[in-house]
Design a protein around this ligand. Sequence first.
Ligand code: FES
Length: 273
Amino acid sequence: MSGGSASIGGHVSGFAATRRSDGWWQGWALTAGGLFLFFGYLTLRAFTGKYYWADPYISPVASPPLFTPVNGPGVVPLHHAWFGAFPSFWPRFLPQSPAFFIPGLAIAFRATCYYYRKAYYRAFAATPPACAVGGAPLKYRGETALLLFQNLHRYVLYGALLLLVFLWYDAFAAFFRNGKFGIGVGTLVLIINATLLSGYTFGCHSWRHLIGGKLNCFSCDGASKTRYKIWKKSTWLNERHMLFAWLSLFWVAFTDFYVMMVSSHHITDLNTW
Ligand code: FES
């Protein structure tokens, strides 16, 4: 128990005051450190605008690319971008980064995720920092004021599902260089990335509701039986949502790092081409 705290009906009050004798702060510190590290890294990379491409690999930070710079180290080739080069009216103070478009959906999906809400409430607002631990003296107004945007999660899910299609496309495209089939370490890295992100997305609470909610009978007809089967698989993933949230976050950052290292010639990709 922290010093200076008052005892109220068996509980203690005051910031970080608790009767817990375990190392509750370790989970808090790890969560805060992990969020800061990985989201910080990915944000920095989104603003660099380079080393997103190492044929045939594309970083998930830049995929899918709507626009791409004409020149620059490791930029996505023009023919690979949906609309080619960045338009001339693109503001000069902003780097020409494909990460500012559809990949931004991934940030919106995580920022509104029910698990991440808990994680960043605890880590950064400390309201409270852990179960049965006194919180910061902030007035919690939940999703009715500042955090109103979190209610968009169920809609952002559709964007995240679309993003998965592109990431799986990138993973399969990573088997082909100049039209020739092969496999490299980068191929495996991209496949694992798409797999972990699928595990995270299909364990989403909103997906689980979408697929299995509003059904009174799980065995009445073929469609409801199929939905029940998918719902059960989603439930398995949902029970491990935190695990997939962290594994996929780490692996997205690692995939980008790997592509950047190959693209900048700091490492050589082992492959069969
Ligand atoms: S609840 Fe976490 S992704 Fe939907």
